[in-house]
Design a protein. Structure first.
Length: 185
């Protein structure tokens, strides 16, 4: 590392000490502001938007625990994901064509989550209908808030009209009639 000669620097400071004394606080304050702005920029770039945070939350916490959720929670998740897809579609319509591939990628990722939610709803609905069918006094915690579904299936069971029961379950769960007949007999 080269050595800086001190005599010329000392001479400069001695001759210009008034200017240096007045400029030093300004330089120090400017440096402090620059560091503050840099820190805020770095912190701001670390922040993620709400939808991205929710996407991460869905993948890490919600989707792995879907089986433990009730119908209201699953319905809330489904509605929320549909709303996110609408938002992205709206942004895509308002935005430029340059961002279209980015929006399409986001929509596809959210659609994957939506499909998983809808499939889990259908699966859990089917399991609960089967439990209700096999145990007339069964109280479903899963359908809490969706008691209308329980009333309808119990009506179909009490009417002893297998065809209507199978059609109801088919409409609610998209299971095939053959599969329903096999499980509900």
């Amino acid at each position: 590392m080269p050595k800086v000669p001190l005599q010329p620097a000392a001479k400069f400071v001695k001759e210009n000490w008034k200017i240096i004394a007045t400029a030093a606080p300004v330089v120090g304050e400017t440096t402090k502001k620059a560091f503050t702005i840099g820190r805020k920029f770095i912190e701001g770039s670390r922040k993620t938007n709400y939808r991205k945070t929710k996407f991460i939350n869905y993948n890490k916490e919600i989707l792995p625990n879907l089986e433990s959720k009730n119908r209201i929670q699953l319905h809330k998740y489904e509605s929320e994901v549909k709303q996110f897809i609408k938002q992205i579609n709206s942004e895509e319509e308002k935005g430029s064509n340059i961002k279209k591939p980015l929006h399409s990628k986001r929509i596809n990722k959210w659609n994957e989550i939506l499909v998983q939610l809808q499939d889990m709803i259908k699966l859990l609905d089917y399991q609960e209908y089967l439990r209700i069918y096999n145990d007339p006094i069964y109280e479903s915690a899963y359908f809490k808030g969706f008691e209308r579904n329980i009333v309808k299936i119990k009506e179909h069971i009490n009417n002893q009209n297998q065809k209507e029961l199978f059609q109801f379950i088919n409409i609610q769960t998209n299971k095939s009639i053959d599969e329903i007949q096999r499980d509900f007999l």
